[in-house]
Design a binder for this molecule. Structure first.
Ligand code: NOJ
Ligand code: CA
Length: 705
């Protein structure tokens, strides 16, 4: 007993003996497996600790804020009140990984106030779920003060060991980094600076971006992120490699000096910790969406999930160009001399019709066309990008009217493309006209892009100013029944619940890097990490489906997966828009293409059958309306066998199964396209084992007959 007491911090004993206010209030999740304890230190600083299954997973951690024009708010607080409530509701996703989502939590709100003048007060609201914890700060109106300018938020997450971390650097401009696997003590974000493949990057200190996922020695997984990032700066996590602690570090602005300015009262985004014994439970967790407000847009049936093709991969392969005079070279991010111009423009009327025909013939809902509008000749490599892109004026060889007429006739919808070149003010000026033009043509989805350093200088992609810009795009688009798929975006934080027109985004190192990255492309472990990190934030526009894996036009690059894995990605990676990104001619005569034609894109339910972060993963998803199931499994650079137990299938139904798998000879490096396709019948209760090649995978369609 004496020994035990020694283990308790001294102030905990003091607290329990002389403070009349509640010393520590626990809040447990409905199933009781997660508990957050809140307390004040003897100095009156808010502190918390999280336990999972009775074991501490986040040890005593402090909270506090610093401001531009007033004293920090961290100590000297008194506990004024505690309120508790709970929720158990089910809401429906208009499209998603599953139709119904249960939002089941216990909530506790503590009210704190400074004992001394100016007696500032705030609430901290905690929600305990069986799949994790969320909390946020709610600043009250303060007499004589209308707004706050936050220079730092200090939310600490004290880890209990040197866990294995799957991380990307805390870049203020871009999430398109390769993932790293190191102990927390070995996180070195600074070494990720100077990445020549990134058009904008800024890593000010040793911090990581979220979601960041940790695996503890005892097998518990923790994923740190935020939910409902609204009118606030994105949060990175600064790493104390000695103390094994994360501390919130907000993305800043060199234009203003502060990181967040808000009128009082307001609340911050939720700080979230997803907790799982099984890695796959992180993917099944809907904590992030649950912590967002319900749908504000009402009926959004004007958008339908779809597979799409487009004039895109050909530019990344260097086969065609975005600009009409072909002066831009994506591969070197540079501008060729005018004398090198040729007529390599991808977005011509004739080429677009070829893609429309291909989409119509194969049941794809959409056709994306990049490089259709003026401005591309003044894109990468130019500092003065303000006022350059025009989102309503097509190049002379692109007949917008005719293309939309032709697409309609063929039952295909055109997908708009707006590359803003990170000049958001130019985009905001044109947003209404640009989205109205889309509405005029019956286009309901836009892919936006923000390549380059933000103009004005001093702002970053993930700061408050840009967070508000991305929101403005979503809200304005919604008025014109337009859904947004943003590239170089702000990270997803579950806002798709509130704004379902936030259909997908990039926000990771996508397929495009395989075409031109100077380091040879995404390693085979990339997607087995992405699924347990980036994908926890929300839908991904990864653009899978490359069949010509060796990339003949790019001698230094290739796709580091087998063909079977390219198919599996349609199931493993969730997005309500999924591209079949390869050139139409590369799909001709390919039996494996049948899987892409068949695979669903909107799901009744999803099950993660197995998986370990960075190693392998199998997901099964049931398509809405048809009841067909699709299964996808992927592995890293290691060959392995994965067993699938088909007990998720409906009882009494025999499914016509088509299995697409690696062969014994398949290998991502030297034999990536070797694939075996097999037809059979599968029913509930069947079990099969699949052999995956290095960088390989398998995909199964299970169709009701
Ligand atoms: C970067 C995007 O990620 C890519 O998909 C797009 O083709 C280019 N920007 C051009 O907008
Ligand atoms: Ca990108």
């Amino acid at each position: 007993m004496k020994r035990l007491l020694y283990l308790l911090p001294a102030w905990a004993l003091i607290l329990s003996s002389c403070n009349p206010n509640p010393q520590s209030e626990p809040l447990s999740s409905p199933g009781g497996n997660n508990t957050i304890d809140f307390f004040l230190s003897p100095e009156g600083q808010p502190m918390y600790r999280i336990t999972h299954g009775g074991k501490v997973v986040i040890d005593t951690s402090s909270m506090g804020f610093e401001f531009e024009d007033q004293a920090p708010l961290s100590t000297g607080l008194e506990w004024i009140a505690t309120e508790r409530t709970s929720m158990d509701e089910t809401w429906e996703m208009p499209w998603g990984e599953q139709r119904e989502v249960r939002n089941h939590y216990n909530e506790m709100t503590v009210t704190l106030q400074e004992a001394a003048a100016p007696n500032r007060s705030l609430d901290i609201r905690f929600r305990a779920y069986d799949d994790g914890i969320g909390f946020r700060y709610e600043f009250h109106a303060q007499p004589g003060q209308d707004s706050l300018r936050i220079t730092d938020e200090h939310t600490a997450f004290q880890l209990t060991g040197d866990h294995t971390a799957f991380w990307i650097p805390g870049d203020w401009d871009i999430y398109e980094h390769k993932y790293n696997t190191t102990p927390v003590s070995g996180i070195d974000a600074i070494s990720k600076r100077d990445n020549e493949d990134l058009a904008a990057t800024y890593i000010p200190e040793n911090a990581v971006n979220t979601p960041v996922t940790l695996r503890a020695a005892n097998g518990v997984h923790l994923a740190f992120h935020e939910a409902d990032l609204t009118d606030y700066a994105g949060m990175t996590l600064k790493v104390d490699t000695a103390a094994l602690r994360f501390d919130s570090e907000l993305v800043g602005s060199e234009r203003t000096g502060y990181k967040v300015k808000r009128a009082l009262p307001f609340h911050t985004p939720w700080r979230t910790v997803q907790i799982a014994d099984r890695a796959g439970d992180l993917i099944e967790s809907r904590l992030i969406e649950n912590l967002n407000e319900p749908n504000k847009l009402g009926d959004v049936s004007w958008f339908q999930p779809m597979k799409y093709v487009g004039i895109w991969w050909e530019m990344h392969l260097g086969v065609s160009t975005w600009d009409m005079e072909a002066t831009q070279d994506m591969n070197t991010f540079s501008t060729l001399g005018k004398d090198q111009t040729s007529s390599k423009h991808g977005a011509t009327t004739a080429n677009t019709k070829r893609y429309i025909d291909f989409a119509a013939a194969n049941g794809f809902g959409g056709v994306l066309v990049e490089g259709w509008n003026t401005g591309w000749d003044h894109w990468i490599g130019f500092e003065d990008r303000e006022g350059v892109f025009d989102f309503v004026t097509p190049y002379a060889d692109y007949d917008l009217e005719e293309i939309n007429r032709y697409a309609r006739e063929k039952g295909v919808e055109m997908i708009m493309h707006h590359e803003t070149s990170a000049a958001p003010r130019t985009y905001e000026q044109q947003m209404d006209t640009a989205y109205a033009l889309m509405q005029h043509y019956g286009m309901h989805a836009v892919k936006t892009g923000y390549v380059g350093k933000i103009i004005p200088k001093g702002e970053y992609h993930h700061g408050q100013w840009m967070v508000n810009h991305y929101r403005k795009s979503l809200e304005t688009a919604a008025k014109y029944q337009v859904a947004v798929n943003a590239h170089e975006p702000i990270k997803a934080t579950g806002l798709r619940r509130t704004y379902p027109n936030a259909i997908a985004r990039e926000g990771l190192r996508g397929q495009e890097f395989n075409a031109w990255a100077t380091d040879g492309g995404n390693p085979p472990e990339h997607l087995p990490i992405v699924a347990f990190t980036r994908m926890l934030a929300g839908p991904i526009d990864f653009t899978p489906g490359v069949f010509e894996i060796s990339l003949p036009t790019k001698p230094d690059n290739q796709i580091n997966t087998t063909l079977a894995q390219q198919l599996a990605l349609y199931v493993v990676i969730y997005g309500p828009v999924q591209m079949a990104c390869d050139l139409p001619q590369n799909y001709e005569g390919q039996p494996a293409f049948q899987f892409i034609r068949d695979v669903g894109v909107d799901w009744e339910q999803s099950r993660v059958l197995n998986g370990e972060v960075g190693e392998y993963l199998t997901i099964a998803r049931e398509e809405r309306e048809t009841g067909n199931w699709f299964v996808g499994g992927i592995t890293d650079e290691n060959a392995r066998e994965l067993e699938v137990d088909f007990s998720f299938l409906e009882d009494g139904v025999t499914y016509k199964a088509r299995i697409y798998r690696d062969t014994e000879a398949s290998h991502y490096q030297n034999n990536p396209t070797d694939i075996a396709i097999e037809e059979t019948e599968i029913a509930k209760g069947d079990t099969r084992t699949f052999a995956l090649a290095p960088g390989g995978g398998f995909a199964i369609s299970l169709l009701r007959e």
